[in-house]
Design a protein around this ligand. Structure first.
Ligand SMILES: [Zn+2]
Length: 270
């Protein structure tokens, strides 16, 4: 365990820290999206000084790198993925819970795979968007746990790269901008964002229908942070993920959150 992770765990049990740190709820479409997309921010960026609670949306999964994603394997694979999330929550210092929506391959069958990453797919008739929006509204207003306030900030995956589950969550949150009291920021989805050109990124963000500006929330992504994520999620590490990590280091990438213009809280940022 890294020293910074150890310090974060110690701080979580300090009453003085609990009273002063801002509560941030991060909406993670799947197990793994939070550490992959905001791991550096958790370790020594904007989230390092916050009490972070992750809410996983699609908490039922059949997806691993190891076996075909058959529906009858959902129970043991979900259990395995929950174990990976426990490891990550200790390594990166956050609390978490998971809702029980089935992820795309479980809803639609394994044959849906080729359609899963499509940034242009029309989702306007998707019944899951209002369902998830209602859940997000509740998540934004309830205390993260007893004796804590509701979140001061909601961070939601931006849906970059076109994964249908990420886009459903992003669209649900975009519809709440201006309708709930809590500010909402949209974080860049890793590994997908690594492979996008600036033009693709702008085009995909535009589909949210909100005018957005980027805020850097971490220093440059470090090899040790990537190694920690790989260690926590062995079931998910396909070459696509590892190559994105190499590219991020080569490009000096930082993690970013896109806020509706003028709405980033002044206490949040790298
Ligand atoms: Zn995901």
């Amino acid at each position: 365990m890294t020293a910074s992770a150890h310090n974060r765990i110690l701080r979580r049990f300090s009453s003085q820290y609990r009273q002063s740190a801002k509560c941030v709820t991060v909406i993670s479409p799947h197990f793994d999206d939070l550490p992959l997309s905001l791991g550096q921010s958790l370790r020594n960026g904007a989230l390092a000084s916050c009490q972070v609670r992750e809410r996983v949306v699609f908490g039922r999964s059949t997806w691993t790198e190891w076996v075909s994603p058959a529906a009858e394997r959902a129970a043991p694979i979900t259990l395995w993925r929950r174990a990976e999330e426990v490891a990550a929550s200790m390594m990166f210092g956050f609390d978490w819970s998971a809702a029980q929506w089935p992820e795309a391959l479980l809803r639609n069958g394994a044959a849906f795979g080729p359609e899963m990453l499509d940034p242009a797919k029309d989702l306007s008739a998707e019944i899951l968007i209002p369902e998830i929006a209602g859940w997000l509204q509740a998540v934004a207003t309830v205390a993260q746990r007893p004796n804590r306030p509701p979140p001061a900030l909601l961070l939601v995956a931006a849906g970059l790269g076109g994964h249908v589950d990420h886009r459903l969550v992003a669209q649900a949150a975009a519809g709440l901008v201006g309708h709930i009291d809590v500010p909402i920021g949209f974080y860049e989805d890793r590994p997908y964002v690594t492979y996008l050109s600036t033009a693709q990124l702008s085009e995909q963000l535009a589909s949210l229908g909100v005018e957005l500006e980027a805020v850097d929330v971490s220093p440059k992504v470090q090899a040790s942070t990537q190694a920690a994520a790989r260690l926590c999620y062995p079931s998910q590490m396909k070459p696509f993920f590892r190559e994105a990590m190499d590219l991020d280091r080569a490009n000096g990438a930082v993690e970013r959150v896109w806020f509706p213009v003028g709405t980033c809280p002044d206490w949040f940022g790298a």
